[in-house]
Design a protein around this ligand. Structure first.
Ligand SMILES: Cc1ncc(COP(=O)(O)O)c(C=O)c1O
Length: 361
């Protein structure tokens, strides 16, 4: 039988798990950090899962037909998924981009032949820089635009089919590929669809599994006052803020009993260091949100109670779309224990000194 697929839409999901073997050994970690390589989805991120689910939902209820135009607000990945999977299925897409979206993503949208719009084009959130981003205001704004223009609002932040996609696919894949040995699940939250959907599934299988949400520290969020600084892409606060700023799917599923066991803050600078260290140790090349989730997973792995446990972490996308940011710009020497063990200490010390001097120029 041939293995030729008819569309990239058939290739969403079934991504592999890979343990962080070299980094663990080098740092003496006793837990197993197991990454799910979501960047192997056809358009390069975890968002292909929800994009396909949103398209299927729209088709099933008759609101999306051949040639329909979809719109959504996106930090980039959901938009790329909706463009790629939409085009593969005869649909058009118009993205409204978050501030701080990298140039690479804007270029990718151009590659798909799309016109991009900015948040600031939506009058309901035009003042978000002073006020902070209120998800409900954004939904009101984009819904109004969809109605006025005759578009379909894909609705990644509000439709339950987002988290249901993860409940149906990502969660079971993790469970099966670990033979049911999952102790912690760690992911960065944006819409929180991944966390809620996978979290619900894993808890049904094992009520003791710990669900750990990760968000950017306040200085590293796209809606921070200084969003020209280092940003963790796609992140929304999961807690520690007033209700109106929380992701809709966190609130709707909390009413059904969903809770995080813990929420970990990660600074962009720390995520960047993790990305650089694990590129060297294990050949990964993570995007900022994946590196932030991994930073939190490493923090968990260092705890005595995590020894011997399996920590599954989502690598939402890879680093190719962030090369214009500071993610892989090495501003300072890596610490000696991040250097390959084959390097003798004198050479390592020289390298470190040279790198520190270079950084000082
Ligand atoms: C790069 C990236 N990583 C992670 C996430 C978070 O995933 P979720 O929306 O399922 O919480 C997003 C969401 O916007 C994202 O763009």
């Amino acid at each position: 039988m041939s293995k030729i697929h008819r569309s990239i839409a058939e290739l969403v999901g079934n991504t592999p798990l890979v343990e962080l073997t070299n980094y663990q050994a080098r740092h003496g970690l006793k837990a197993h950090i197991i990454g799910k390589l979501e960047y192997l989805n056809p358009s390069g991120s975890v968002k292909d899962r929800l994009a396909q689910a949103l398209i299927e939902e729209g088709r099933a209820n008759g609101d999306i037909t051949d040639g329909s135009t979809l719109i959504d607000v996106t930090s980039g990945n959901t938009g790329i998924s909706l463009a790629a999977l939409g085009h593969a299925q005869g649909l058009k897409f118009i993205p409204y981009l978050e501030p701080g979206t990298t140039q690479e993503r804007i270029d990718i949208f151009e590659g798909y032949g799309l016109d991009t719009h900015s948040f600031t084009d939506i009058e309901e959130v035009a003042d978000f820089e002073e006020k902070g981003l209120v998800p409900d205001d954004l939904v009101r704004g984009i819904t109004r635009i969809a109605e006025e223009q005759g578009y379909y609002y894909a609705g990644q932040t509000v439709r339950e089919s987002n988290q249901e996609a993860h409940y149906r696919t990502t969660g079971p894949e993790i469970w099966e590929d670990t033979d049911g040995h999952v102790d912690y699940f760690v992911a960065l939250g944006g819409t929180a669809g991944t966390l809620v959907g996978v979290g619900r599934y894993l808890r049904e299988k094992n009520p003791d599994v710990k669900i750990i949400g990760v968000h950017g520290a306040s200085s590293s969020r796209p809606d921070s006052e200084d969003f020209t600084g280092n940003i963790i892409d796609g992140t929304l606060p999961l807690g520690g803020v007033s209700e109106e700023f929380l992701p809709t799917l966190v609130k709707s599923n909390r009413d059904n009993g969903f809770r995080f066991d813990e929420i970990i803050d990660v600074r962009a600078e720390d995520a960047y260091e993790t990305a650089q260290a694990t590129a060297e140790s294990d050949g990964l090349f993570l995007g900022t949100s994946a590196a932030a989730a991994l930073t939190a997973a490493i923090e968990v792995a260092k705890r005595p109670e995590a020894a011997g446990k399996n920590i599954v972490v989502i690598y939402a996308d890879n680093g190719f779309k962030y090369l214009s940011t500071g993610l892989y710009k090495r501003k300072k020497a890596l610490s000696r224990d991040a250097l390959p063990s084959a390097v003798d200490t004198d050479t390592a010390a020289d390298t470190e000194t040279a790198a520190v001097q270079a950084a000082a120029v």
